[in-house]
Design a protein around this ligand. Structure first.
Ligand SMILES: [Fe+2]
Length: 221
């Protein structure tokens, strides 16, 4: 069982998560101190703001830089902001996590519309697996609507390391819906991986089960 950080912003200048190769290398070093063996790099993709081809070339340049300077196991993905008709985006599959059919999707904070439910339903219908990024941040009922369609959940370690953890996060874990944990690290934030280690300790065996689910997503063909 590998320790996998499923949600990070560690690619230099691919988004606001890292301003340089040096910062990215510091982030990777911090991940090692928390025992992370695999990092999924998930720079933000905002469909209303980014041209996909430009995003992809920026991301691949950044990934090449990291691979040149570090031997850590970094898998390339994206954190995609959900919008109406995301399912119609040309070349959407290029936003899947490397070698998978999995999309890491974040919901907008400001509203939740029926169109989002329809879009996620279509994505799943087209054969994509949808993992909801930091589901801990949103109203439980909205997440439930998407989970009912077959979406899975990624939780941020910060939500699991708090003194008071929201009870429904444990319920989601018990129901087998949580398939990934992320540091969601931006810049060389030392706390991000302390929180990851704390979440691991707190969840015990449940943490291992979640890591196995992440492993299945990333490595089973
Ligand atoms: Fe993120």
């Amino acid at each position: 069982m590998k320790h996998i950080d499923f949600h990070t912003h560690i690619l230099p200048r691919a988004d606001h998560g890292s301003d340089s190769v040096e910062t990215s290398l510091k982030q990777i070093e911090l991940s090692r101190t928390a025992g992370i063996e695999v990092i999924v790099a998930t720079p933000h993709f905002y469909p209303h703001r980014h041209a996909l081809d430009k995003f992809l070339s920026r991301r691949s340049l950044a990934a090449a830089e990291i691979k040149k300077h570090s031997d850590s196991n970094v898998i390339i993905g994206a954190e995609i902001l959900l919008c109406d008709s995301l399912d119609k985006l040309t070349n959407l599959e290029s936003l899947c996590i490397e070698n998978t059919r999995t999309l890491l999707i974040e919901l907008p904070f400001w509203d939740f519309r029926q169109e989002y439910i329809t879009t996620v339903d279509k994505l799943i219908g087209y054969g994509y697996s949808v993992v909801l990024a930091h589901a801990d941040r949103y109203p439980k009922d909205n997440i439930e609507k998407l989970v009912n369609l077959g979406a899975k959940i990624q939780l941020n370690a910060s939500a699991l390391s708090k003194f008071f953890v929201k009870r429904h996060l444990y319920e989601w874990i018990d129901r087998g819906l949580v398939v990934a944990i992320g540091s969601d690290i931006h810049m060389a934030d030392k706390c991000a991986y302390k929180k990851f280690a704390k979440a691991r300790k707190r969840l015990g065996e449940e943490f291992d089960k979640i890591m196995l689910e992440s492993e299945k997503i990333l490595f089973s063909k």
